[in-house]
Design a protein around this ligand. Structure first.
Ligand SMILES: *[C@@H]1O[C@H](CO)[C@@H](O)[C@H](O)[C@H]1NC(C)=O
Ligand SMILES: *[C@@H]1O[C@H](CO)[C@@H](O)[C@H](O)[C@H]1NC(C)=O
Ligand SMILES: *[C@@H]1O[C@H](CO)[C@@H](O)[C@H](O)[C@H]1NC(C)=O
Ligand SMILES: *[C@@H]1O[C@H](CO)[C@@H](O)[C@H](O)[C@H]1NC(C)=O
Ligand SMILES: *[C@@H]1O[C@H](CO)[C@@H](O)[C@H](O)[C@H]1NC(C)=O
Ligand SMILES: *[C@@H]1O[C@H](CO)[C@@H](O)[C@H](O)[C@H]1NC(C)=O
Ligand SMILES: *[C@@H]1O[C@H](CO)[C@@H](O)[C@H](O)[C@H]1NC(C)=O
Length: 862
C-alpha cells in the first residue's frame, strides 16, 4: 500500500522583519525564513522543502517531498513529526543566529521545534541548503566543504531511506539512525513499526512492532556476513532497467550502517526510495519517469518464511511455490516438538534427537545455503580461525553452533558463536556460508551412514576395476591397444562434457597409475563427494549383465529393459538400459542423473550410478529381492503372504515416498507412471517407488504442464492426463488412489470386471461405498486379522484420490496425514472418474517382472 500524502500548502503569514527566499532558491541564510506556502527547491528541482498539512491532520509540518511527483505527493522527511504547528496559517522556519533550525508558530509566537545546536561555531556565511539528494544541510560557513556540515536531515530519518542515507549506529557521535512508520496517513508522528540495526554479534537489521508492551521482532534481514545480509536477495539480481543499485553494510568498531546507492544512472529521471509503511511492510518503490511511482515494488517481509522465527528453534523455513508445502523443517539431528505423526509441523521448533554429551562426544554438522540464525546474542571473535572456533565452541556446553564471521570475497575469517537457540533460519541458496551445528557424535554417525554406504560401494567398485584390469593385463597387450583408441575417444568426450571433476570415475586402463588410487582416497574423505555420482564403465556393465543377456532381463519398463547384474564381488544391482529416445546430451543427462541421485528416501529405490558411453545411457539401481508389488498382490499364491498390516505399511510407505517426491525434495518430481509394478519391495517388504524422475530426463524440467507425449499406464492414468496430456501432482495422486484400491482388493483396476454389474474397480468401489458395504472390497486372502477402521480409511482416501476433478484430490501431505491419523475427519468422496482405455492388448512391466498384461504406454497426442 503506497502512502499517499496530500500536501496542503499554507497561506503566507506576515513576518515583515525576516528576509525570505526567492522562488526556486535552494537555501536560506542566517535569520532568513520560510513562511507559510514558501518552499525551497533543490538545484535540479528534484526535491522541495516547506510546510505541508495532511488533510485531517493536526497541523502543519516542515517536510521534504519530490518536486516532480504530482499525482502521488510523497513526503520523504519530516522535521517536527511529533510537534505540528497547530495554527497552520502562521508557520515559520528560520535559521537562527546560533545555527539551529527553528520552527515557530507565528500566531501563538511559540517555538514548536528546533534542531540541535551545532557544536562548532557558526560564521555569518552559514546557510541551510536543500540538496538534490533530498538532504537538508546546515553549513557553518559558505564554503560548501564536507567539513562545514553542522547538521543534516539525513541524520534524522523519519520513515524513508533515500539513496545515500545511512541506517545504523554511529558510536562516535552517538547518533542512531532508524526509520519508523507514520502513525497514520494524516499523522507523521512515530507509528507502530521501526526498522533498525541491532548491533549484536553480527550486524543485523530488524523490523520491530512497537504496539505491544515490549517491542517484538517482525522481520529480520539476516546477519551481515561481510558479503551479504544472509536473508535478503542481493538487489543486483533484479535491478531496474537502466539503473543498478549497490547496497552495503559498513561495519567498523566506531560505526555500522546499511546504505544503498544508484551506481549507474543511465536514466536521470529515475527515483527510488525505501520506506516502512503503516502496515508493517518495508517497501522499495521507484519511478522511471520521475512523475509517478511504478506499479511494481518490492516488499519485505516478502513471503511467509520472512516472518521472524516463524519455524521456532532449530528449525528452518522452506519457501515452496505451492501452498501445499510444509514450510518448516528440522535441522539434521533434530525432531519436531509438535505432536507425533509423519505430518509434522515444525513451527513450534525442534528438539535434539540425541542430547549433547558436552564433552568429546560432540561434533558438528555442516549446513549450507541457509539464512544465518538471529545473531543478536552471538559472540564474535574477529581474529579466530575456523578450527579454533570449533575448539572454542566445544569448550562451552552452551555453544550451539559456529560459523566464520566474515566471508567477504569468499574467504572465511573470524568466528561467530551462537549460545542461544538457533532462531529465524530459512533455506536461502544464495548464502554460500557454512554453519556448523553442534550435535552428538552418535547423531553425526547416523547422518553419515548413507554416505558411508556409498563409500563402501566405491571401494567395491575399485576392487572390481582392479580385478578387471588384472584380467586385461593377463589377456595381453593387443587387447589394451585396441581399447586404447576407444578409450581416448571416451576420455575426450568426458573431458568436454565435464566442467566439474567427478571424483569417482572408473576406467579400464588406469589402474596401473598409482596416482589415481591416491587421488581417489584423498577425495573419498572429503564431504564434497557425497554429491557426485559414480560413473560406471560400460565394460563393467557388460561383465555384470553378461552383455545384457536375455536371461538376465528382469523387466521391461517404460524407458527400456531392466537387467539383473552381478558385480565381480557378487554385489547385485539392477541395470536399466534406457531406450534411445532421450534427446538430452551428455552434460544434461549427467546433471539430471545427479539431481535424481540426490533424491534419497527410505521409500524410493536408490540410484547407485550411471553409465554414459556414446549412445548408451544406463542407470544402475540397488537390487530389490522381493521384486515388485504386483508379483504379490495379483498372484494367487503369494498374496496370502501380505497380511493387512503389511499392506497398510506398504500403502503408507508409498505415500511417504510420493510425498517426498512431490513436496519435500529439492525440486518437485511428478512420477507420471505410478503402478504396482513400479513399487519394489526389499528384503523386509519395505516398499520403494522406482522409475521416478526418468520422465523428467526425457522431458526436461517441467512440473505441471501439458505434454504431447503421454507416458503412463492405462488403468492408472487420470482422465485429464490420458485425454488432454495435462499432468501435475494430481495425476500421480489419481494413480495412487487406484494403487491403494488394488492393494486393498488384490485385484487389478484394469481387467477387473464385475460381470453382473458391468463395473470397473473404481465404480465397483464407489457402489459399495455408497451402499455402506466397503468392507466387501477387502481381499479375502487377508484372513480375519485386520483393523476395520484402517481398511475403511484406506478406501475412503483412495476414493478421494480418484475424484474426476484434480482440484478435489488431496495432496500427498494430507493423504499421509489422513492415513496415519485415527481422528482426522475426511471429506466425503465424489463419484470417481470413468476409467480410461479400453485397450486390452498392452503389456505392463517394470524391472522386477515381465508380465504380459498391461504396459507403460507412450501416446503421441495430437
Ligand atoms: C502563497 O500564498 C499567497 C497568499 O495566500 C498566495 O497569493 C500565493 O499564490 C501562494 N503561493 C503558492 C505558490 O501557492
Ligand atoms: C490562527 O490564526 C488566525 C489569524 O491570527 C486566527 O484567526 C485563528 O483563530 C487561529 N486559529 C487557531 C486554531 O488558533
Ligand atoms: C514573541 O515572543 C518573544 C519572546 O518569547 C518576544 O521577545 C517577542 O517580542 C514576541 N513577539 C511578538 C510579535 O509577540
Ligand atoms: C531509533 O532511533 C531513535 C533515535 O535515534 C532511538 O532513540 C531509538 O532507540 C532507535 N530505535 C531502535 C529500535 O534502535
Ligand atoms: C548494471 O550492472 C551490470 C553488471 O555489472 C552491467 O552489465 C550493466 O551494464 C549495468 N547497468 C547499467 C545501466 O549500468
Ligand atoms: C571482512 O573482511 C574484509 C576483507 O578483509 C574487510 O575488508 C572487512 O572490513 C571485514 N568486515 C568486517 C565486518 O570485519
Ligand atoms: C537474547 O538474549 C535476551 C536476554 O537473555 C533474550 O531475551 C533474547 O530472547 C535473546 N535473543 C535471541 C535471539 O536469542
Amino acid at each position: 500500500m503506497r502512502r499517499t500524502r496530500a500536501l496542503a500548502l499554507l497561506l503566507a503569514a506576515t513576518a515583515a522583519l525576516l528576509s525570505r527566499p526567492a522562488t526556486g532558491d535552494d537555501r536560506i541564510g542566517l535569520t532568513a525564513s520560510i513562511i507559510g506556502n514558501q518552499t525551497l527547491e533543490s538545484a535540479n528541482g528534484i526535491f522541495k522543502l516547506g510546510f505541508f498539512s495532511p488533510p485531517g491532520g493536526k497541523g502543519a509540518y516542515l517536510g521534504i517531498w519530490y518536486a516532480s511527483i504530482q499525482s502521488d505527493p510523497t513526503v520523504v522527511w519530516v522535521a517536527n513529526r511529533r510537534d505540528p504547528v497547530v495554527n497552520t496559517t502562521g508557520a515559520i522556519v528560520t535559521l537562527s543566529a546560533d545555527g539551529r533550525l527553528v520552527i515557530v508558530d507565528g500566531q501563538q509566537n511559540t517555538t514548536v521545534w528546533s534542531s540541535a545546536a551545532p557544536t562548532r561555531g557558526i560564521t555569518p556565511g552559514a546557510t541551510a541548503q536543500l540538496l538534490d539528494s533530498g538532504n537538508f544541510v546546515v553549513r557553518s560557513d559558505g564554503s560548501g566543504s564536507p567539513g562545514s556540515v553542522a547538521w543534516q536531515s539525513f541524520d534524522y530519518p523519519t520513515d524513508t531511506l533515500l539513496p545515500g542515507m545511512k541506517l545504523g549506529v554511529d558510536l562516535r557521535s552517538g547518533i542512531t539512525r532508524n526509520i519508523t512508520s507514520w502513525s497514520s496517513s494524516s499523522d507523521p508522528s512515530p507509528g507502530r513499526y521501526t526498522f533498525a540495526l541491532v548491533l549484536g554479534g553480527l550486524p543485523e537489521f530488524f523490523l520491530f512492532d512497537n504496539s505491544m508492551t515490549a517491542t517484538t521482532k517482525v522481520y529480520a534481514s539476516g546477519p551481515w556476513n561481510g558479503q551479504m545480509l544472509t536473508g535478503v536477495p542481493p538487489p543486483g539480481a533484479k535491478s531496474q532497467v537502466g539503473v543498478n543499485f549497490s547496497t552495503t553494510v559498513f561495519s567498523s568498531p566506531e560505526e555500522t550502517y546499511y546504505t544503498y546507492s544508484i551506481t549507474n544512472r543511465a536514466n536521470p529521471s529515475f527515483l527510488t526510495q525505501f520506506v516502512v509503511d503503516g502496515t508493517g511492510q518495508l517497501q522499495r518503490i521507484w519511478s522511471d519517469d520521475g512523475r509517478s511511482w511504478s506499479k511494481t515494488k518490492k516488499s519485505y517481509p516478502a513471503d511467509p518464511c520472512d516472518s521472524y522465527a516463524s519455524c521456532g528453534a532449530f528449525s528452518y523455513c522452506v519457501y515452496g511455490d505451492g501452498q501445499s508445502r510444509r514450510p518448516c523443517s528440522c535441522l539434521p539431528g533434530f525432531k519436531s516438538r509438535s505432536p507425533q505423526g509423519p505430518f509434522q509441523d515444525s513451527s513450534k521448533g525442534c528438539a535434539r534427537t540425541t542430547s549433547l554429551t558436552c564433552g568429546d562426544g560432540d561434533g558438528f554438522w555442516r549446513v549450507n545455503g541457509m539464512k544465518l540464525p538471529d545473531a543478536t546474542n552471538a559472540t564474535v571473535h574477529a581474529g579466530m580461525a575456523l578450527e579454533q572456533c570449533r575448539q572454542e565452541c566445544l569448550r562451552s556446553c552452551s555453544c550451539k553452533a559456529y560459523a566464520a564471521s566474515n566471508v567477504s570475497g569468499g574467504v572465511s575469517r573470524g568466528c561467530v558463536i551462537w549460545t542461544a537457540d538457533l532462531l529465524d533460519m530459512r533455506e536461502y541458496t544464495m548464502v554460500v556460508q557454512d554453519l556448523y551445528v553442534r550435535l552428538a557424535q552418535s547423531e553425526i554417525d547416523a547422518l553419515n551412514a548413507p554416505a558411508r554406504r556409498r563409500r563402501l560401494i566405491k571401494n567395491v567398485v575399485i576392487a572390481v576395476v582392479t580385478i578387471i584390469c588384472g584380467i586385461l593385463a593377463v589377456a595381453g597387450c593387443c587387447c589394451f591397444w585396441t581399447n586404447k583408441a576407444r578409450w581416448k575417444r571416451h576420455t575426450e568426450m568426458e573431458k568436454s562434457s565435464e566442467s566439474d571433476d567427478t571424483p569417482f570415475r572408473v576406467r579400464n586402463s588406469t589402474a596401473s597409475n598409482p596416482a589415481w588410487g591416491q587421488w581417489f582416497d584423498q577425495n573419498s574423505t572429503g564431504a564434497e563427494d557425497e554429491l557426485d555420482l559414480p560413473l560406471f564403465d560400460l565394460e563393467m556393465i557388460f561383465a555384470a549383465t553378461n552383455r545384457f543377456a536375455a536371461n538376465n532381463q528382469i523387466g521391461e519398463g517404460g524407458f527400456g529393459p531392466v537387467y539383473m547384474g552381478r558385480l565381480e564381488d557378487g554385489h547385485e544391482v539392477a541395470v536399466k538400459r534406457l531406450s534411445r529416445r532421450s534427446v538430452q546430451g551428455v552434460v544434461e543427462f549427467k546433471n539430471e542423473v545427479k539431481l535424481i541421485a540426490k533424491l534419497q528416501h527410505r521409500n524410493l529405490v536408490r540410484l547407485l550410478g550411471c553409465c554414459i558411453d556414446e549412445e548408451e545411457r544406463i542407470l544402475i539401481y540397488e537390487y530389490m529381492h522381493n521384486k515388485s508389488l504386483d508379483t504379490f498382490i495379483f498372484d494367487e499364491g503369494k498374496r496370502k503372504l501380505l497380511s493387512w498390516n503389511k499392506r497398510f505399511d506398504i500403502i503408507l510407505g508409498i505415500a511417504r515416498g510420493l510425498l517426498y517426491l512431490h513436496e519435500d525434495s529439492r525440486f518437485r518430481i511428478i512420477h507420471r507412471d505410478l503402478k504396482a509394478s513400479n513399487v519394489l519391495l526389499d528384503r523386509n517388504m519395505v516398499p520403494k517407488v522406482s522409475d521416478f524422475g526418468i520422465a523428467r530426463m526425457f522431458e526436461g524440467d517441467q512440473t505441471t504442464a501439458y505434454t504431447k507425449k503421454v507416458i503412463g499406464t492405462f488403468g492408472y492414468m487420470s482422465p485429464e492426463y490420458a485425454m488432454d496430456g495435462v499432468f501435475s501432482m494430481k495425476s500421480d495422486i489419481f494413480s495412487f488412489g487406484v494403487l491403494v484400491l488394488e492393494i486393498v482388493t488384490g485385484r487389478r483396476n484394469r481387467g477387473f470386471y464385475e460381470s453382473e454389474l458391468n463395473l470397473n474397480l473404481l465404480r465397483y468401489a464407489w457402489m459399495l461405498w455408497k451402499e455402506g458395504r466397503s468392507m466387501d472390497l477387502l481381499d479375502e486372502s487377508i484372513g480375519d486379522i485386520f483393523d476395520d477402521m484402517e481398511v475403511l480409511r484406506c478406501i475412503h482416501v483412495a476414493l478421494l484420490c480418484v475424484d474426476v476433478e484434480p482440484k478435489n484430490r488431496p495432496l500427498m501431505s494430507s493423504i499421509v496425514m489422513m492415513l496415519s491419523s485415527e481422528t482426522a475427519t475426511l471429506p466425503q468422496p465424489n463419484e470417481p472418474a470413468v476409467n480410461i482405455g479400453k485397450n486390452t492388448s498392452d503389456t505392463e512391466s517394470s524391472y522386477g517382472i515381465t508380465d504380459n498384461s498391461v504396459t507403460t504406454t507412450t501416446i503421441e497426442a495430437r
